[in-house]
Structure formats: structure tokens, C-alpha cells
Write a protein of this length. Structure first.
Length: 197
């Protein structure tokens, strides 16, 4: 009987390990980009067109600060709540944009789904694109919050000034990890699009 007592916990540990690994950042495709320059935690990147599924919310809405409910609306879209009942693979990052008039959350659509044509969403999810662009990025760890995001955005703007790069449009925040990831292991980024001279 005693050996059997060890088998059940061992199987549970193996199952949990498989779940966390298969649902980790390492197992999730990331939007492609080319690194132009690296300077510590700062990078200058070039992105090709990103195809997005997006949910927007007026900034005046109190829920817009955390984009309450937006993640699940986007998840339901890729889980098959679309015109073709088609599942779409999850990718990283999840992108949040907080503008003066409206905020948004977006999932980047995988190239395999884009190539065959994305299904039309239902409800509040809309399809959108971010055209090819250079982006200045500052990577940081931890559980993101308003104070940390404000500090990292200021640091990124200072780095861009040093590099003689001009930001345009509103900042973006990119999140790469599932919610159960420990704070110190999380990959977060603040991004500013670079104005072409």
C-alpha cells in the first residue's frame, strides 16, 4: 500500500508540471521582430505588420484602467466564438494601449491564421492592423502596476531622447505570461512607436 501512496502525488505533480509548461511563455509563439539595437533592457525593434484582434473601451469608463473583461472576450474569440467556430492559436504578447479617449487590449494573430484568412469576430472584438513600424522597448519584470508602468515609460522616453529617437502616438504595454507566473519571472514591456524622419 505504501508505494501506492507515492504514485498518486507523483502523478499529480507530473500533470501540473505538464500543464504549466504547456501553457507557459516558452510554449507560446511570439510576434516576430528584428532587433536593430540593444542597450541593457532597452531595445530598438522593427516589426512587420501585426494583425490584431482588439477590444476597445472609452477611457472614461472606470473599467478601462484594467481593461476589465477584455481578455475573456478576446479569448472567447480565439477559442471559437467567431463566424466559423474556428479555434486560433494563442500568441504573445497581449498588448494594452491606454489613450486619452479610449483604451484597448489586443491579441496578436498568428501568421498561419492570417495566411488562410481570419474569421469574423462576434460581439465587441474587432480585427485591426498595426502597420510596419520601429518601436523602442523597455523590458521589465514583476507584476505590472500603474506606478511601475509610469516609471518605466519615463525611463524609455529618456533613453529615446539620448538616442535621438522621437516617439509618436500613445504608449503600448506588452504582457507575455499567464497570470499564474511568479512576478519575478514575468516579462513585461513598455513600447513607444518611433517617428520616422
Amino acid at each position: 500500500m505504501k508505494p501506492m501512496l507515492w504514485i498518486i502525488p507523483a502523478l499529480i505533480v507530473i500533470a501540473l508540471g505538464f500543464f504549466f509548461v504547456s501553457n507557459s511563455r516558452a510554449a507560446t509563439p511570439t510576434a516576430a521582430y528584428k532587433v536593430i539595437k540593444t542597450d541593457g533592457d532597452f531595445e530598438l525593434r522593427a516589426y512587420e505588420t501585426l494583425h490584431l484582434a482588439k477590444v476597445t473601451m472609452p477611457t472614461s469608463d472606470k473599467r478601462s484602467k484594467n481593461m476589465d473583461g477584455s481578455f475573456m472576450k478576446l479569448f472567447r474569440f480565439i477559442d471559437g466564438q467567431n463566424e466559423r467556430d474556428e479555434k486560433i492559436s494563442m500568441t504573445t504578447p497581449v498588448i494594452v494601449e491606454r489613450g486619452e479617449k479610449e483604451s484597448s487590449m489586443s491579441f496578436v494573430m498568428p501568421e498561419t491564421s492570417v495566411a488562410k484568412g481570419l474569421p469574423t469576430p462576434k460581439g465587441e472584438v474587432k480585427l485591426d492592423q498595426m502597420p510596419p513600424v520601429k518601436i523602442a522597448v523597455l523590458r521589465f519584470a514583476g507584476v505590472s502596476n500603474t506606478k511601475q508602468e509610469t516609471e518605466k515609460l519615463a525611463a524609455l522616453k529618456a533613453w529615446m531622447t539620448k538616442e535621438k529617437l522621437t516617439p509618436e502616438m500613445t504608449p503600448l504595454f506588452a504582457f507575455y505570461d499567464p497570470p499564474w507566473t511568479l512576478g519575478f519571472m514575468r516579462r513585461n514591456e513598455v513600447l513607444l512607436r518611433v517617428k520616422e524622419n
